[in-house]
Ligand binder design. Sequence first.
Ligand SMILES: Cc1cc2nc3c(=O)[nH]c(=O)nc-3n(C[C@H](O)[C@H](O)[C@H](O)COP(=O)(O)OP(=O)(O)OC[C@H]3O[C@@H](n4cnc5c(N)ncnc54)[C@H](O)[C@@H]3O)c2cc1C
Length: 363
Amino acid sequence: MSSTQNQQKIAIIGAGILGLLTAYRLKDENIQLDLYDQGGFPAPCASYVAGGMLAPYSEIEHMQPEWVQASLDAIQYWQEFAKNSKTDLDFAQNGSIMIAHAPDRYILERFKDHISHAAPQAGQNVNIKDYEPMLKERFHDGLFLHQEAHINPRHVMDEIISTLQEHEHIQLFKKAHTPSELSDKYDHIIDCRGMNAQNDLANLRSVKGELAIVRNPEFQLSRPVRLMHPRYPLYIVPRKDNIFMIGATQIESDGQGVSLKSTMELLSALYSLHPSFGEAEIIEIKDGLRPSLPDNLPQIFVEDNIIRLNGSFRHGYLLAPIMAGAAIDFIMMRDNAHINILTKGEIHENHTQRQSLKLRGAA
Ligand SMILES: Cc1cc2nc3c(=O)[nH]c(=O)nc-3n(C[C@H](O)[C@H](O)[C@H](O)COP(=O)(O)OP(=O)(O)OC[C@H]3O[C@@H](n4cnc5c(N)ncnc54)[C@H](O)[C@@H]3O)c2cc1C
């Protein structure tokens, strides 16, 4: 794309999934884009350790219907994205299954009761032997959520980074910045710093998640399985080559590092699925900090030429497509169906009359 004097100059700070996908969706606009990340490309961030579950129904207890609809739109986006991608992103929409051991069965029953009212068509009780035969020794039935999907986050990040590097009008810098440092130099600054935006978003808190990745040549799954657990909703995501990710703990903490207790809980949950996990090879055990707002839902904040995308909590991959799309439509002064929920009503669908908004939750 050739440069013209009228091109807008945009900076994105932070190349987690929100910054990366926003940059990716800006690649075909007539703009100059600089993307900064202090950790490089890919950066070791929450987005790098995520499970990649695209699971709005499993999370329905925390979401109003408009968020579920937005999530389904986002899954469709990922499906197209994976279809057009140069590499295999392990995207699959085979649904997911919720199961529980006998002592935790009450959690599954409570969930079934909730979803039967909130989204009656979304879940179906099934025999495990028909869906995940390797689990049939220890589990008889489960709840099948047929619209859920999953994708491999690291492959997505690599794919986006390599695509951005092919575009002349996009530059990537391994460098730290604050939005206010850059606000005179660019038409728009998109702040995607995750937990590092805490100085500008007083309500932002971190929720730590720990995960383990193992290889088990003796075991197979066709789809993610959610094991109901009294302390965290645990899920096992199958990857290629008999690799499985189990995640994730959910701890109100900004301390980093994986505890022995969490490691034992994650690994014994895996072992409780199938005895072959006793011989599995541990590939990695990691943690990340989920940027979270008080309602555990993401939000877009606007203040003059700074647009902040943050608070995606457990839903960064699930909701990044709609957040990136809404931020770009806002900049380009186009209507957007999701802008209203993402700005908590501060900006409406038809926002051609843009106004500077006072930043909610500002420090
Ligand atoms: C264990 C775990 C499992 C998860 N599983 C899922 C899942 O299955 N599905 C799902 O949808 N979500 C999941 N999530 C949530 C998801 O990972 C987060 O919601 C999402 O990654 C947040 O993305 P982000 O881009 O806002 O922040 P981040 O990924 O944290 O990225 C922020 C980036 O900003 C950079 N940065 C910070 N400050 C500066 C600065 N001053 N200058 C330059 N760069 C800066 C950082 O280096 C970092 O790269 C999971 C999270 C965890 C921790």
